[in-house]
Design a binder for this molecule. Sequence first.
Ligand SMILES: NC(=O)c1ccc[n+]([C@@H]2O[C@H](COP(=O)([O-])OP(=O)(O)OC[C@H]3O[C@@H](n4cnc5c(N)ncnc54)[C@H](OP(=O)(O)O)[C@@H]3O)[C@@H](O)[C@H]2O)c1
Length: 337
Amino acid sequence: MTNNEFTTGRPGRRMKAVVIPEFGGADVLTAAEVDVPEPGPGQVAIDVAYAGANFAEILYRQGLADVPLPFVPGIEVSGHIRALGDGVEGLAVGQPVAALTIVDSGGYAEVVVTAAELVAPLDAHPRLGLDLAAALPSNSTTAHLVLSQVARLQPGERVLVHAAAGGVGSQLGQVARRLGAGRIVGTVGSPAKAESARAFGYDEVIPRDQVAGAGEFDVVVDMVGGPARRAGLDALAPMGRLIVMGNASGADDVGLSANELWLSGKTVSGFNLAAFSAAFPAAAGRALRHVVAAAADGGLRVRVAELPLDRAAEAHRRIESGTTTGKLVLKVAGTEI
Ligand SMILES: NC(=O)c1ccc[n+]([C@@H]2O[C@H](COP(=O)([O-])OP(=O)(O)OC[C@H]3O[C@@H](n4cnc5c(N)ncnc54)[C@H](OP(=O)(O)O)[C@@H]3O)[C@@H](O)[C@H]2O)c1
């Protein structure tokens, strides 16, 4: 990464951050000095310990979202509350927290600001490490919301999850189990990932091109797109629900016929945590606190690998290669960039 200076907020105290000055490949990630953000009304500032590294940040970096340049990426963090904005109650300076920073973004930095509603206090969970806490806000919260609120999964229902060994895939199988699903099947793109997906509690793990013939499902969760999406729709039982929540393969969009849905009695829904958190921050925060408590009780497991913040570009390359399993977090506190 190159080093640079940017002014991204109010002039004042400066901090280290990783900045995206232009859209492009992992090389655009730039170590920089930027202004320390101050919390506005209803917000908190957090001294960041760890920032989760996500597929979403690749998409932001590539310019697929409408984000003004330059910006600090990073949709989730753990750390300690540094300052409270006006009107914030029930949180305290110095408190350990996990937080979604997905609405305002900026987790790849020493300090981030986010809505107080999107914060989960960790003091009741002293055994939950800050590295693990940074791995929960995006993928675990998404898995919980997708299956409980969007798919409205019922006990005994059959679930198929694509990319089952990935960050969000490894959470979806476990959440499905907690919600009482019957048969839980995961797909993987390569045999090397099957063991990893099984370790996250899937009943069966199948190659992604073998969904036809794997039976019928009440719920299919697709974040891969392309042929996986079409195969998922075809595998739905009557009244089954396909939840579309990503396009990791980069495939062209799949045309879906409304008449086909009518005639087959199937449903297709979409979910996006950024849009949900912006529209329903209180509900997003409740879901975050729910999964934090579940992870603290050992009811949700995450395999966490760690890199220092100055290797954010390497984290992006690893995620883009599609070879990672579980979750990558970036160590921010104590890292020189
Ligand atoms: N809608 C939301 O709110 C939301 C929230 C979280 C995540 N997501 C989406 O869910 C997807 C997975 O996110 P994640 O954090 O779980 O990422 P991840 O851990 O990197 O998992 C992505 C997985 O997608 C599969 N994949 C298939 N084609 C790929 C390709 N061309 N390049 C890279 N990966 C490919 C790979 O699994 P195989 O090797 O098994 O093919 C890979 O492990 C992303 O599309 C992300 O945007 C959406």
